[in-house]
Design a protein. Structure first.
Length: 557
């Protein structure tokens, strides 16, 4: 028997036989549901034989046959009623288990989010993405028609989505482009580090999404729940369908606050903050100003995360304020990193270590935050150093800056577009999907091994735009991405270590070394971060003006 658990009360399996019933009972099941009609195959045991064997083993038996591909809302309602009525746990089966899993999914469609249903089924080994439309409709049959259609559909109106839309329209003004995103507000997230240090005001980092959508681009203000790449379709909430000729997927990533027990409940109070959220960055600055003595903790989760330098930027700017205000000698600073290095590109580490020593900060590697108790002001870490048994330690704190674990959005992870880790699976140079030729991805949700930064998206947008325009003309890819990413490491107020690098950690400086040496802290880099990059973002990147972002050409071998 191949048993696949859906949840504590329900397991599904392929065809079982009369001789399996004693073992099913021994494993703790109390009831069996048969979803396979008699006579589907010559070697299939009949319902009467199975029912007799089940009762002999002390199991209740229910015969609820479903024709393959014909499960409907009535079948699902009957299945749900059986699960309520029968003693559990229940084992349901059909030829492969798929019909039983489908009945469960349809019965849950009105009460659970679609990505959660698809993820649960996938964990049990069943891909139910083909039911996306029906599940999005609450288990009801999908009405015909009422579909939108565009030549190019972009999922996500963040930095990557708006930038690539603007780049496409700059190349082909008459191109039919639509952007799907439910958010009313668009944020300049690189500015939140500066908000957390009292340098930027929060309002400087926010603008209305509608005001940023490029002229001539249709904004579909809705949330995506599923992809149907075989049908060139995107499923929206309420089961609206958008079909496309070309698809660009760039919804960003998900900050998984709930992955750390106790964190979500205490954010914004009890000394717990994060610059990774618009409403919390001002609280960071409030805590930094108010702390006169005690212990300040700064955490970094396992990679990948957006802007890998941001966790330590918060530490440096906080420590710099305490140093300038004469409080640093009364404040203990610890940086607790789930990884094993301070920064992934070694050329920048010496300059960063100078500041770690200046601020008397303690570096603790292989420390992953696993729980937090806000009222008690304690944080628990799992320590998993190489060649040592894992252990946990609890630290007290007066202030803690937390960076949450980060994953691809739920509707990406359960889609046919995702790789085994849940990210959109692309060629790292052309950014085209490895399986579906009319799909591209950029930004934080795709799986190329680059740093997830706005600077990376700025370089990726022209690559995708070039390659889609070429594809529309019947040509192969013409541009390629070299993995460029940038992380302006704010080591003190007024100085930055400007890390710029590509695939494999290769340095990719934008300026001559005599003008700006990114491996050393400089005021020029700070001026760039504070004064130049915000307008480059708002007036350049999001307008299709590709300053210092021209892509490399594909070399024909």
């Amino acid at each position: 028997m191949e048993l696949k658990t859906i949840h504590e009360g329900l397991t599904v399996s392929p065809q079982i036989h009369a001789g399996d019933m004693p073992e099913i009972a021994r494993q703790g099941f109390r009831a069996v549901i048969c979803n396979r009609p008699d006579g589907e195959a010559a070697d299939q045991p009949g319902e009467a034989e199975l029912a007799l064997a089940a009762r002999a083993a002390g199991l209740e038996f229910r015969y609820m046959p479903v024709v393959p591909g014909k499960a409907d809302q009535a079948d699902a309602a009957a299945f749900a009623a059986a699960l309520r009525d029968l003693p559990g746990p229940v084992l349901a089966f059909c030829r492969t288990g798929t019909r039983s899993a489908t009945l469960w999914a349809l019965s849950e469609a009105r009460d659970r989010p679609l990505p959660q249903i698809l993820a649960t089924a996938r964990m049990a080994g069943y891909d139910l993405s083909g039911l996306s439309r029906m599940l999005a409709q609450g288990g009801r049959a999908v009405p015909a028609g009422d579909e939108l259609s565009h030549a190019v559909v972009i999922v996500g109106a963040g930095a990557a989505g708006i930038a690539v839309a603007a780049s496409l329209k700059a190349r082909q003004p008459d191109l039919d482009v639509a952007v799907i995103d439910p958010a009313d507000v668009h944020y300049y997230q690189p500015g939140w580090t500066m908000v957390g240090a009292g340098i930027f005001e929060p309002r400087e980092t926010a603008r209305t999404t509608g005001g940023l959508i490029p002229r001539g681009v249709t904004w579909i203000k809705a949330a995506v729940v599923a992809f149907e790449p075989e049908k060139n379709a995107v499923v929206l909430e309420g089961c609206r369908i958008v079909t496309y000729g070309r698809l660009i997927v760039c919804p960003g990533l998900k900050l998984d606050w709930h992955a750390i027990p106790g964190l979500a409940e205490t954010l914004g109070r009890n000394g717990v903050t994060s610059n990774y959220r618009y409403d919390l960055a001002p609280y960071t600055w409030q805590l930094v100003q108010g702390l006169t003595e005690g212990r300040a903790l700064f955490t970094q989760p396992p990679m990948p995360i957006k802007c890998a330098g941001a966790p330590q930027k918060a530490m440096y700017l906080s420590a710099d304020h305490w140093l300038r205000s004469g409080r640093l000698d009364r404040i203990s600073i610890e940086f607790l990193n789930a990884g094993g290095v301070l920064f992934g590109v070694k050329d920048y580490v010496p300059a960063l270590m100078d500041y770690v020593q200046r601020y008397h900060a303690t570096l603790s590697f292989f420390h992953r935050l696993v729980a937090i108790d806000g009222p008690a002001r304690t944080a628990t870490f799992e320590i998993a150093a190489p060649d040592q048994p894992p252990r946990t330690e609890t630290r007290a704190f007066d202030m803690i800056h937390v960076v949450p674990p980060q994953v691809a959005p739920d509707f990406i992870r359960v889609s046919p577009l995702a790789d085994a880790a849940g990210w959109v699976d692309v060629d790292p140079h052309t950014l085209r999907h490895r399986m579906f030729d009319n799909v591209w991805s950029l930004g934080d949700a795709m799986n190329a091994p680059n740093a997830k930064t706005a600077a990376a998206a700025r370089k990726q947008a022209p690559v995708v735009a070039d390659n889609i325009v070429a594809d529309l003309a019947g040509r192969s890819a013409v541009s390629q991405y070299d993995g460029y990413g940038s992380c302006p490491l704010t080591v003190e107020r007024g100085k930055i270590v400007l890390a710029e690098f590509g695939y494999g950690g290769a340095l990719k400086p934008s300026f001559p070394r005599w003008l700006l040496d990114g491996t050393r802290p400089s005021r020029a880099a700070w001026w760039l971060k504070e004064r130049i990059l915000p307008p480059v973002y708002w007036q350049g990147m999001l307008k299709g003006r590709e300053w210092l972002a021209h892509p490399d050409r594909v070399t024909q071998g």
